[in-house]
Design a protein around this ligand. Structure first.
Ligand code: NAP
Length: 302
């Protein structure tokens, strides 16, 4: 029996583990893939207070080490449900089940697909979702990045250092990402920014050869010859497996406020999987602290 089982070992889950262990609660992290969450794909984190610059990978490693040194355990499994049996929570995984006094759902979010035909078949064949992971395959090539948020801006910057030419394609006339990121990308000679532009079709049979795009104002379509397309249009949650125990909002995020409480006593939530306006590293770890301390209080009151 664990005191706290945390589903998801991204920054929110890892921060929750640090707070849980420091309160001397036996804590288990469950993650399908690894620890660190999305931040491991961010080359440089420059907006985390008190740390001027750190790679996302190092940030994740430091946070994991901190949690592990305090005694948190980690298992790599896919959590597939939560049951509440007379107050004891059972977290079911594909391979087994873990009992806990409290559970924190910190599942983060996954990449949102563009939704064009053949996207799934072309993924890994020219369609990619992570410039840090796959950018090196496109050294000296021509690529496009789709999106207008910080991820798209950062992906375009990473790719501008590898590819010969980068198109940055955004559906509106203003970027959503931070002004400092926008300025940096505007200064890159090999980046061509196409605003008010939407992708309408992937070109290529077995792998990407290009992208059909449409100018939103004129309606005119044209084709770009490309070796790769990086889709960076935000994330979406993946909380369906836990919907019975935690209320989800209309977009699938866990419906919880800043107190990180769900509709079920003893089940808490933290990080990007929660309904919130600002999804940042700082807000994810803040949630982790709030959720863990709420879980500790809940356990102590039982
Ligand atoms: P995001 O901020 O939600 O931006 C998604 C972008 O994709 C928006 O520009 C959106 O356009 C566009 N988009 C959405 N659906 C689209 C579609 N179907 N077709 C074309 N374009 C579409 O997502 P994100 O950039 O992944 O960032 C997620 C969160 O992580 C944000 O809070 C972000 O600030 C944070 N983040 C921070 C950093 C950092 O601080 N260094 C780095 C990466 C991410 P509209 O603008 O028109 O809606």
């Amino acid at each position: 029996m664990y005191d706290i089982v945390i589903i998801g070992a991204g920054p929110a889950g890892l921060a929750a583990a640090v707070y849980g262990q420091r309160a001397e609660k036996k804590t288990l992290l469950i993650d399908e893939k690894g620890y660190g969450g999305q931040i491991i794909n961010t080359p440089e984190v420059e907006n985390y207070p008190a740390i001027q610059k750190i790679s996302g990978f190092d940030f994740a490693n430091n946070l994991y080490q901190q949690a592990a040194d305090l005694g948190a355990e980690l298992t790599f499994e896919k959590a597939v449900g939560i049951e509440d049996r007379d107050g004891i929570k059972i977290v079911k995984t594909e391979g087994g089940a873990y009992e806990a006094k409290a559970v924190i759902v910190a599942t983060g979010a996954k990449n949102r697909p563009l939704g064009l035909d053949h996207e799934e078949e072309l993924t890994g064949r020219g369609v990619a979702y992570c410039a840090t992971c796959d950018g090196a395959f496109y050294r000296g090539r021509t690529v496009a990045v789709i999106g207008g948020g910080n991820t798209a801006l950062e992906d375009a910057e990473v790719l501008s250092g590898l590819a010969e030419k980068v198109y940055l394609i955004h559906r509106r006339d203003a970027f959503r990402g931070e002004e400092s990121n926008v300025k940096r990308i505007q200064g890159k000679e090999n980046v061509e920014i196409l605003l008010n532009t939407i992708p309408t079709a992937f070109l290529g049979e077995d792998r990407i050869t290009g992208l059909r795009i449409q100018d939103k104002e004129s309606g005119a379509e044209r084709e770009l010859q490309l070796d790769g397309v990086f889709v960076a249009i935000g994330q979406m949650p993946d909380n369906g497996a836990f919907a019975q125990q935690i209320q989800l909002d209309d977009k699938g995020y866990v419906a919880a406020g800043e107190d990180c409480l769900t509709k079920t006593p003893g089940i808490f939530t933290a990080g990007d999987c929660r309904t919130k306006k600002v999804r940042q590293l700082a807000t994810a770890v803040a949630d982790g602290a709030v959720a863990a301390l709420a879980a500790v209080e809940y356990i102590n009151q039982q």
